[in-house]
Write a protein that binds this ligand. Structure first.
Ligand SMILES: C[S@@+](CC[C@H](N)C(=O)[O-])C[C@H]1O[C@@H](n2cnc3c(N)ncnc32)[C@H](O)[C@@H]1O
Length: 382
């Protein structure tokens, strides 16, 4: 069991701008004793804890760092969504390539969605246009793609990628939910995407990152022609978390996600990410009047072993996308703690990540299986 205690005396005393001597006098001990408590050489007698807690106006659990201080209980990492995604180009490029089997998307296009005529696709929260590059060559000739994303860096990269891949269409920087108001002198781009109706309106890995999926899907519907195909693609967080097997590691450890649900739930309750978006999407669509809703499962499962092409790169991308780098763990642990995990759970989580990172680094021929649990929910605008 990880140590759940993180005695916060020194930081509390410093935040109050008082000396060790002042605190020592209040407790009736020497300042050397306070110094030893702060350095962790000794801990105060249990009878001293209520006195210390009341001195700082906090609970004993807060003093011992078993729960966060009230004022730091929840710290959003999503306040600046545009800024967050602007820095995620590398992450997206490292993960996207592993998320689809092209033949499965082709199967959806031809056999399930039965798309036979040229169509106009709107990709909402398109990132750098990954879905455009994947989907457009599978559609009838003459089909067009429009992507909208809030993050400038991704859009700039996306524009280049569309050009390189000779895809008919455009990527536009805009907030899909609160688009720029277009006027005669204003942005042509904004006018361009807002003034049309589309045959397919899709989003991939967007709804799980926002707290207002219903508003987003309602906006998608408003951009769709009558009868248009509406597609929401998302990962189910629980499947994704358990979808890892690393040969040589204890599978029980890999399946251990103690406390994660607290973190996910906390974010959801604070109107941020929805860890169950993939499971909920069908219900959101149904409430909004979408017809003939179905759910499919993306069939991509990666089996990574030294004989595959670009093995080293694939492994490195995996490690990068899973944040398996040691130096970050202290910050991650604090963040998880402030997002609802106990300190022991947060430490346990980081320890398991660290073990996984060490194992992958120290085993040059490691094999692993990765399943991401992407669900494809679709239906038609009435
Ligand atoms: C996980 S990424 C997925 C990107 C892309 N769909 C893909 O699968 O590669 C989520 C994207 O949603 C975008 N996004 C979130 N809220 C948005 C909004 N209100 N308007 C436009 N884009 C948004 C982010 O900028 C980010 O690029």
């Amino acid at each position: 069991m990880e140590n759940a205690i993180h005695f916060r005396l020194e930081e509390l005393r410093k935040a109050k701008h008082i000396t060790q001597q002042t605190l020592a006098e209040y407790c009736g001990v020497s300042f050397q004793t306070v110094s030893k408590w702060e350095k962790g050489i000794n801990l105060p007698d249990i009878t001293m804890l209520p006195l210390l807690a009341s001195f700082f106006g906090i609970s004993i659990d807060e003093l011992l760092g078993v729960v966060p201080l009230k004022e730091e209980q929840y710290q959003s990492i999503w306040e600046d969504s545009e800024g967050f995604w602007n820095q995620k180009l590398d992450y997206l490029q490292r993960t996207r390539g592993y998320s689809w089997n092209e033949d499965y998307l082709q199967f959806l296009v031809e056999k399930v969605w039965k798309i036979r005529e040229p169509i106009h696709v709107l990709d909402c929260g398109c990132g750098y246009g990954y879905m455009g590059v994947l989907l457009m060559p599978l559609l009838p000739e003459g089909s067009k793609y429009t992507g909208v994303d809030i993050a400038q860096n991704l859009v700039e990269q996306g524009k280049k990628i569309l050009k390189e891949n000779q895809i008919l269409g455009e990527i536009v920087q805009d907030d899909f939910l609160h688009p720029k108001v277009w006027d005669e002198t204003g942005k042509e781009d904004a006018k361009f995407w807002q003034n049309q109706k589309y045959d397919i309106v899709l989003c991939q890995s967007v709804l799980r990152h926002i707290g207002n999926a219903k508003e987003f899907v309602a906006k998608m519907l408003s951009m769709a022609k009558t009868g248009a195909l509406i597609v929401c693609i998302d990962t189910n967080r629980e499947f994704e978390c358990t979808g890892l097997y690393v040969d040589g590691m204890d599978y029980a450890d890999l399946c251990d996600h103690t406390g994660m649900w607290k973190y996910w739930k906390k974010e959801f309750e604070n109107g941020e990410r929805d860890y169950a978006a993939a499971m909920r999407n069908a219900y959101v669509m149904k409430e909004l009047g979408v017809k003939n809703i179905e759910i499919r499962m993306n069939d991509k499962v990666s089996f990574v072993h030294p004989e595959i092409e670009r093995y080293e790169q694939v492994k490195e991308d995996f490690m990068e996308s899973e944040n398996l780098w040691n130096e970050k763990y202290e910050g991650v642990c604090e963040m998880l703690f402030k997002h609802g995990m106990t300190r022991a759970e947060a430490k346990g989580f980081c320890k398991r990540k660290q073990e996984l990172g060490d194992f992958l680094e120290n085993h040059p021929d490691v094999c692993y299986t990765r399943f991401r649990g992407k669900m494809i929910t679709f239906g038609y605008k009435a």
